[in-house]
Design a protein around this ligand. Sequence first.
Ligand code: LLP
Length: 426
Amino acid sequence: PRGVVRDSDGVLTVSGLNVKDLRAEFGTPAYVLDEDDLRARARAFQAAFQGHDVYYAGKAFLCRAVVRAIDEEGLFLDVCSGGELATALSAGMSPERIGFHGNNKSVRELERAVDAGVGRIIVDSFDEIDRLAAIARERGKRQPVLVRVTVGVEAHTHEFIATAHEDQKFGFSVGGGAAFKAVCKILDDDVLDLRGLHSHIGSQIFDASGFEVAARRVLALQAQIRDARGVELPEIDLGGGFGIAYTTQDDPAAPADLAERMLKIVDDECEARGLAVPKLSVEPGRAIVGPAVFTLYEVGTVKDVDGLRTYVSVDGGMSDNIRTALYDASYSATVAGRASTADPILARVVGKHCESGDIVVKDEFLPADVQPGDLLAVPGTGAYCRSMASNYNHVPRPPVVAVRGGEARVIVRRETEDDLLALDVG
Ligand code: LLP
């Protein structure tokens, strides 16, 4: 995060607070959120897509303080479960500014969303269209919806693949004709207010051309709907997925550059097809919260294994960051509590779990004098770390400490053994 620098003693500080003081006050492991950085990233997206809407994807990380920050910065919110919806509402987010996703929302979740007055529900199956129409009709409400379509673009990091069809659980296929049928089904029933089409092509994407192909295919469908049904849908959403730098090898585009390319392709394609330019929305999660957080761990043991590598064990692991084990994701680590002039050694940062795949950082050069009691910081852990955290081995989940304007406060408290035992009612 931008507020993170080393002080004159070489101790890492965030917004002027040093990590040794953070450890003393909050303990380790802890997720440390630079709230000014999160807000600056939210504002950058907002400014880049001015006149359009930016939905923060809450699945990356959600708690009430983050909902409030996102809300204050003028963003909308994407939720994908009843739990995320409840969190958003309990933080006071206005329901019209919430979009609700999911390929298998329950009847209860749909009822709750309609009753709350959620601004849009992104429908994902014919079953859901029937279910939602019945719920809206029963309540005498007209529910705004988007149709989630799959455009045959699969994008990951530096590559994307464009095919006619997409073999995955989300949405309605454009190539196979299901998307057009879903649109017709909704248009034929007045109880759902069809606002537009939605496409999400993947996550941690650097190659913006995937978004361009997706936009063209969505707008081709838009033109098909106009020609067949005489309606031009007013909105399109091109989803999230904007990549961030986990290591120095990654070079993500700035939101302003992404926005420029996306808005230009939409303009050009609309002009070519004689369509009015729809309102655009996007749903960044990772790009807003990911870089704003680092995890602070304490080193417990240092073990040289047969001269091959040094294993540095920290007091957390795969329960607070599953991404290395699950996706072979790359992270970095740095000794945070002091400076060192020792030579670098090849180290692997591992957790405390009973599993050899419990790796936090696969390969990292750490100073040879790394020792028990040292603090380690792992940056870029804001997205999909706390939100995918578990209690594996009955290890309580770490707190989230937000630092803003030189002050630190707990926004999600540390889980306790009592919390764990409270669920065990046998
Ligand atoms: N919109 C939709 C419809 C999505 O499905 C997602 C992510 C997003 C927006 C936000 O994507 P983002 O901007 O954060 O990349 N657990 C995985 C990521 C799963 C993403 C799922 N959908 C990971 O840790 O990399």
